[in-house]
Design a binder for this molecule. Structure first.
Ligand code: NAD
Length: 487
């Protein structure tokens, strides 16, 4: 069953255990952020639906035989998911564009990344081995991993399909049943992906997709006693709320949370290369990215030159229709989110910031209906200003000069967040020194926002807990068991 063909005047079924039916909760609709047209309408699950889905997941986990299949057999299904995503890449990318308004060039990349994620975890699963420790006296020991059972994947709206793939692929590889709770405003790609997983051979009931309000549906999923782990991506305050509930259940969680990442341009950087990288780091995805390089530090001796070039290029970015291949920045997710960004910009200016560029909605035909906002650069503030400290999650860059390496590191590390950082320099020793001293889960050197599924990703401090991706990603969804064998 594909959800791609659904017309916007029909209510979209959701996936409750093995059933494909309308939820019994409130009706909601998803809007295309570029025009506010209705893309899909659905009925959210009720709390009874949530319980039904989790009980069905538990039943499927125990009876479907998925967890008992040999690793290479589960891997084969994951490879098939990757293949189906690739075969449908274009309709999926178009659907995601409608779902969250990202430019088509970006949604194509996200769909490709989802396929790569399934491919990678299939391969990782095939090569996973248990550990045997040779005899110590009268016994030898064996360390095995067992799937946790029912796990939950709670995801945000900014990178649908990629976020869900990063949780579904390792959880299914581990043998778990998964209850997915996508963001209210972007439920479509999770439904598509789950349908593809079933078509590829994941038994019915192993995946449920429960779109709906986080504070109701997400909360009920988190509290349910049969849910053994929550893998969460979203805002820090939501993450802390979930972690508190998890503490009472002694339930492991992984948290991919907010960021306020520093990009640092040193005196000896290749300026053209750095300008392009900084621009991409903050303005791709309209800045709606956890790893957006939203604080910029430039060596004072190069500051004016760098900022002139950066501002010129920011002004030249093509903001507009996400379906146009040449578009570099699409609309923001909702009118409400744009208002929050406008409030942040006003706060920055009230605290003494100066607008270098942007700071308003673009003018132009067709742009008035979408939630567009211009790439914005603000100068003249310190790292302690509100907009230097709080995550804006939009196309707003705060730029500051720095005087020395110590000064740079003190400012870059002065944040509750510690998700990512970027360093632009021609001197690998400086890159090493600063790269080791900066507090962040990921550090890019002379590049930014590059990803590899085999490289663990996650944040420190308020940016998160645990790591996604990488070979060990599968073991997050498993409990370790040590077995002693007597002779
Ligand atoms: P959000 O925290 O509002 O929502 C994320 C998800 O949690 C949604 O599905 C939502 O419905 C659900 N939710 C909300 N309240 C809940 C509750 N009480 N219990 C359970 N679930 C609940 O975040 P958002 O606005 O959708 O996304 C933006 C945030 O996500 C930003 O802070 C961004 O930095 C972060 N993010 C982090 C990463 C990362 O990998 N570190 C990636 C993408 C986005």
């Amino acid at each position: 069953m594909s959800f791609l063909i659904t017309e916007s005047d029909q209510l979209l079924p959701i996936m409750i255990g093995a059933e494909r039916r309308l939820g019994r909760g409130d009706e909601s609709q998803t809007l295309y952020p570029a025009t506010q047209e209705v893309v899909a309408r659905l009925r959210a699950p009720s709390l009874d639906d949530v319980n039904e889905a989790i009980e069905a997941a538990d039943h499927a986990f125990r009876t479907s035989g998925w967890a008992q299949r040999k690793p290479h057999e589960r891997a084969h299904v994951l490879f098939r998911v990757a293949q189906l995503i690739r075969e449908r890449a274009e309709p999926l990318a178009q659907r995601q564009r409608l779902d969250n308004g990202k430019p088509i060039s970006e949604t194509r990349a996200l769909v490709a990344s989802a396929a790569g994620t399934f491919q990678y975890f299939g391969s990782a699963l095939e090569t996973m081995e248990e550990e045997l420790t040779p005899s110590r006296g009268a016994y030898f020991t064996m360390s095995v991993h067992e799937p946790m059972g029912v796990v939950a994947a709670i995801t945000p709206w900014n990178s649908p399909i990629a976020s869900e793939a990063q949780k579904l692929a390792p959880a299914l590889a581990a043998g778990c049943a998964v209850v997915v709770k996508p963001a209210e405003v972007t439920p479509l790609m999770a439904l598509e992906l789950a349908a593809i997983c079933e078509e590829a051979g994941v038994p019915r009931g192993m995946i449920s997709v429960l779109p709906g309000r986080g504070s109701v549906i997400g909360d009920a999923i988190t509290r349910h006693p049969l849910v053994r782990r929550v893998s969460f991506t979203g805002g820090t305050s939501t993450g802390k709320h979930i972690a508190r509930i998890a503490a009472d259940k002694m339930m492991p969680v992984s948290m991919e949370l907010g960021g306020k990442s520093a990009t640092m341009v040193l005196e000896d950087a290749d300026i053209d290369h750095a300008v392009n990288g900084v621009l991409y780091g903050i303005f791709s995805s309209s800045g709606e990215s956890c790893i957006a390089g939203s604080r910029l530090f430039v060596a004072r001796s190069r500051y004016d030159e760098f900022m002139d070039r950066l501002a010129e290029k920011a002004q030249a970015l093509r903001v507009g229709d996400p379906s146009d291949e040449r578009t570099q920045m699409g609309p923001l997710i909702t009118p409400r989110h744009r208002e929050s960004i406008e409030r942040y910009v006003a706060t920055g200016l009230a605290e003494g910031g100066r607008l270098r560029t942007g700071g308003k909605r673009p003018e132009g035909s067709g742009l008035d209906k979408g939630n567009y906002y211009l790439p914005t650069i603000i100068e003249g503030l310190t790292n302690r200003a509100t907009i230097s400290q709080e995550e804006i999650f939009g196309p707003v860059l705060v730029a500051m000069p720095f005087d020395s390496e110590d000064d740079l590191l003190a400012q870059a590390n002065d944040s509750i967040y510690a998700l990512a950082a970027g360093i632009w320099t021609g001197d690998y020793r400086k890159a090493w020194r600063i790269g080791r001293a900066v507090q962040a889960g990921t550090v890019w050197i002379n590049t930014y926002k590059q990803f590899s599924i085999s490289t663990p990703f996650g944040g420190w401090r308020d940016s998160g807990l645990g790591r996604e991706k990488g070979r060990l990603g599968i073991q997050q969804y498993m409990e370790q068991k040590s077995m002693y064998w007597g002779t």
